[in-house]
Design a protein around this ligand. Sequence first.
Ligand code: ADE
Ligand code: ZN
Length: 326
Amino acid sequence: MKLRDMPKAELHLHLEGAAPPAFIRGLAAEKGLHLSGIFDDRGAYVFDDFWQFLKVYEAATSVLQTPADYARLVSAVLEDRAADGVVYAETFLSPDFCGGGDEGAWAEYLAAMQEAAGAAEAAGGPTLRGIVTCIRHFGPDQSRRIARCAAETAGNWLVGFGIAGDERTFALRDFAWAFDCAREAGLKLTAHAGEWDGPASVAAALDHLRPARIGHGVRAIEDAALLDRLAEAGTVLEVCPGSNIALGLYPGWRMHPVDRLRRAGVAVTLSTDDPPFFHTTLTQEYARLADAFDWEEAEFAAINRAALAAAFCDADTRTRLAPRFA
Ligand code: ADE
Ligand code: ZN
């Protein structure tokens, strides 16, 4: 089977980070907004490092201003995922950008996004579920507001809570209140760690936030005892190799630790993070990994089954989708 046609499950996808640049430019033109310095000559997003990437991301996001804008974004993003063979995806949603943490405004944004996702699925597109993420560099106080937004709207569609953003700001333990609030509301948990910060950040996430999954987590490779801990606990890593390489964390595909993480017995899934920013698709990730590590269709099929097992959707949804990954 061609890699593009393989049914795929993707667990780590930032909604605004999946916005095609042409979509953002079109919306900016409609609104008469001027975006400077975020696109190159060919219209691609432009940035030199992770911290600039976060700035460009937030600048692009500034044109998304209403629930209707976000509904259109969901439709565009799902169209791209369908073309990539994705049949199940979870996407990170940020009440910070959708109403600034106001619970009433957030509920309106969420309803619009959920409706767009439902329409895409009814038309044969991928199944989508949402994970609210607080943004680390906005700080622990704001994370409490975001967790309350998530808790108020938890259900069959909004299934998870997490943290993204600049790993080098604030201590993870200061986000424990937000994670506890989300956990009590029945949300499943994931935390970005071990991307820009070292293995100790993965241990801190496990200690203080107790997530089922870690976003990235690749720098766990630097600590053998931590690898054992992840393997024993069954903590699932949402690994996004193309993102790590595009942002300069590793110099090339063969140097990426994803193969060594799997060999160490850690549960690994594959995602694209912010695909148009990193000029990638899940199909392209598979092709690069097949080249670098001689992975074959059986490896990718096993990784997709691991992703479905680690998905935050309810049991009925998992059971309904399982035959696609058999
Ligand atoms: N927000 C969007 N992409 C991200 C990443 N790779 N790490 C942290 N925060 C992000
Ligand atoms: Zn991410």
